[in-house]
Design a protein. Structure first.
Length: 266
């Protein structure tokens, strides 16, 4: 039965062309194993390299814009090596596109990111908790992955075993009321760093000073938080002011950028 299922999976993968390669990742990019911002952070990569290239409306390309991504829109790391169609859905398995509010005064738009990342009590009065914009590890904390501080504390509780501890591979670990020895295979805990709810790219900004107005571009999933944030920032906006910014999903735009920028053999 196992071999039959494997053959069915292989046929399905071939039919969906999941092994089609868009490019070759030059290095590992992590969602929560490194601090943000960081050269090894997948969010820093999107913020600094991807969004400035792909978040473009040809009719408004000369307009300064802020492009906001909720970190929960990225669900896994990118590993050095082939990046395939399968990889795109592993990293971002959603159908979210890009909306925008045009010509927002910069002194209002510039406050939105801070509100999305730090004003849960205010924005939740509109019916949506801000934690749902973040990655699952932040939405529903567990002990499977640990921040370095927590891991260090746990290590301190087992000092008596330090001399006997072998070199471990990072992986799934259990820490609960019964103890820390419930795993069949012992791993070193994967480090976990808290990530903000959202990140932001500044695109086509003037070399000096701030723009008077910007197009506020964002993943359409977070519109229920964007509009209240604009209001609390001093704007007078509703969902009627939001428009589709460009065609294509985040998943498609990632594959498009990788196809153009990560060419070559792995």
């Amino acid at each position: 039965d196992g071999k039959r299922v494997s053959k069915q999976i292989a046929r399905a993968r071939k039919a969906l062309d999941l092994d089609h390669r868009y490019g070759c990742a030059p290095k590992d990019l992590w969602a929560s194993r490194v601090q943000y911002p960081n050269n090894a952070s997948i969010y820093s990569w999107i913020q600094d390299e991807v969004f400035p290239d792909v978040v473009v409306n040809t009719k408004r390309k000369d307009k300064p814009r802020l492009a906001i991504l909720n970190t929960g829109g990225i669900r896994f790391d990118i590993f050095k090596g082939p990046f395939t169609r399968d990889s795109t859905y592993i990293v971002s398995p959603f159908t979210s596109g890009f909306n925008y509010v045009p010509d927002v005064p910069y002194n209002i738009a510039s406050k939105v990111l801070t509100l999305l990342n730090g004003a849960d009590k205010i924005l939740s009065t509109h019916g949506a908790e801000t934690k749902f914009m973040a990655i699952p590890e932040v939405m529903f904390p567990s002990r499977h992955g640990q921040s370095p501080d927590v891991a260090h504390q746990a290590e301190g509780e087992r000092l008596e075993l330090r001399d006997a501890k072998p070199d471990l591979i990072r992986g799934y670990t259990t820490k609960d009321d019964i103890g820390t020895d419930g795993d069949d295979t012992v791993h070193e805990a994967i480090p976990f760093y808290n990530i903000p709810n959202c990140i932001q790219s500044e695109i086509n900004f003037p070399e000096k000073g701030d723009p008077e107005t910007v197009d506020l571009v964002y993943i359409d999933f977070i519109q229920p938080w964007i509009i209240p944030a604009l209001k609390f920032a001093g704007g007078d906006y509703s969902a009627d002011d939001a428009k589709v910014y460009m065609d294509g999903t985040l998943t498609y735009k990632l594959s498009e950028w990788i196809g153009k920028n990560w060419k070559g053999d792995c």
